[in-house]
Ligand binder design. Structure first.
Ligand code: NAD
Ligand code: ZN
Length: 381
């Protein structure tokens, strides 16, 4: 089958690799119809992780079931399914509590937790930027879609990661109706956090970034755009909230954050949120801060460290939740909002491409070329 393969820092190629196949009775085999490039792929693409040369990318996947293992009870051949990026078992200590993001069965390293398709340090699983994908524990890991699956494909594929991830940021921050919410980052994840805050009934959503095309997408759903290359974002949030600070903050950037001058500063977004969220407010951090990062530019980023203003965070009595999103926890509800026409996450899609166009797309998305917000690969194209 054709797949998008990692060749070394800032190099991918589309090449023939062995077909994905059923390996265990509980597996499901999917013909991939859409598979997205994610900001998380860039950590591996840029060579900052231990991702091995030759591995296939792709954790935001959707497709049609073409074969099921003998132990699969629920999922059927022909089902249209979207696959949460977390690969989980459903029966370990963490999965039982809904923490499928920290599954203990699918992660082979006993000192770690959590697995994903096509990802560094998240198990040996193949990615979905390919024609075929093996889905372990298929009954548990495939979310079945209705008859509108093809018609709303570009919306439903967002259920694999960024829509639930943005939603998780708002959950950890504690967003409730009437809240004011500040979001760091107008990338795909930040935009999904803005959509989620809006769905939850936030009174005011403010999105901070510096790319005009991305900020314009935030404005399209009614958010206030704050360009941190032109204005101090903390002051802008205070001005919007009568000097009190926002009720909630969502961190959707991670360790690639830039400071207001555009220099890399791992702590820039966290400090912006600590200083612009009110006393006793909540912050949810979904941006990735990974440890042991040999290729990162700054010394702190290399260790996944961020020099945050903990004193202010403590003094203000704020809460902060962090980590990967447990996609399964939210994706049925979010699926049903899409089906009902109450959420249209595809508004951020900028490009639909074939597998053969992946190398060029990675280059453009990585350099945040104007207009390259969200790239959907269509293996059938
Ligand atoms: P992206 O890189 O496309 O977007 C990040 C945006 O942040 C960019 O537009 C950039 O200009 C902006 N930015 C940089 N510094 C900033 C600052 N100081 N203030 C405000 N904005 C700033 O990435 P994405 O796809 O949106 O993903 C964002 C983060 O979320 C990444 O770290 C990704 O790995 C992570 N992620 C986490 C999960 C999870 O489960 N927790 C899931 C998916 C993605
Ligand atoms: Zn992703």
């Amino acid at each position: 089958m054709k797949a998008v393969v990692y060749e070394g820092p800032r190099q991918v190629s589309t090449k023939d690799v062995p077909d994905a196949k059923i390996e265990r009775p509980t597996d499901v085999l999917v013909r991939v119809t859409t598979t997205n490039i994610c900001g998380s792929d860039l950590h591996m693409y840029e060579g900052r992780t231990s991702f091995e040369v030759g591995r296939t990318f792709g954790h935001e996947n959707m497709g049609e079931v073409i074969e099921v293992g003998s132990g699969v009870e629920k999922v059927r051949v022909g089902d249209r399914v979207v696959l949460p990026f977390n690969i989980s078992c459903g029966f370990c200590k963490n999965c039982e509590r809904g923490l499928t993001n920290y599954c203990l069965t699918t992660q082979p390293d006993p000192s770690a937790a959590g697995a994903a398709y096509g990802f560094a340090d998240m198990g040996p699983y193949g990615g979905g930027q390919a024609e075929l994908l093996r889905v372990p524990f298929g009954d548990h890991n495939a979310l079945r879609l209705g008859e509108d699956a093809e018609e709303k494909e570009n919306d439903y594929v967002m259920l694999s990661d960024i829509f639930p991830t943005g939603y998780h940021a708002t959950e950890m921050a504690g967003v409730i109706p009437g809240d004011s919410v500040v979001i760091a980052g107008a990338g795909p994840v930040g935009l999904m956090a803005a959509l989620s805050a809006t769905i939850k009934g936030a009174a005011k959503v403010m999105v901070v970034d510096r790319h005009p095309d991305r900020l314009a997408l935030a404005e399209q759903i009614g958010a206030i755009a704050i360009d941190d290359s032109k204005t101090d974002p903390v002051q802008a949030v205070l001005d919007e909230t009568m000097g009190l600070g926002a009720d909630r903050g969502c961190e959707c950037v991670g360790y690639q954050a830039h400071d207001p001058q555009g220099n890399e500063d791992t702590a820039a977004t966290l400090n912006m949120l600590i200083n612009s969220v009110r006393f006793t407010g909540g912050i949810g951090t979904v941006g990735v801060f990974v440890p042991q990062d040999p290729g990162a530019k700054g010394e702190l980023a290399k260790q996944g460290k961020a020099a945050i203003d903990f004193g202010t965070h403590w003094f203000k009595g704020q809460t902060m939740g962090n980590g990967q999103a447990p996609v399964k926890k939210y994706n049925r509800q979010l699926r049903d909002l899409i089906a009902a026409g109450k959420a249209t996450p595809s508004w951020i899609v900028s490009h639909e491409i074939s597998l053969d166009q992946a190398a060029d797309a990675y280059k453009n998305f990585d350099s945040r070329s104007k207009g390259w917000t969200k790239v959907l690969i269509k293996p059938g194209m």
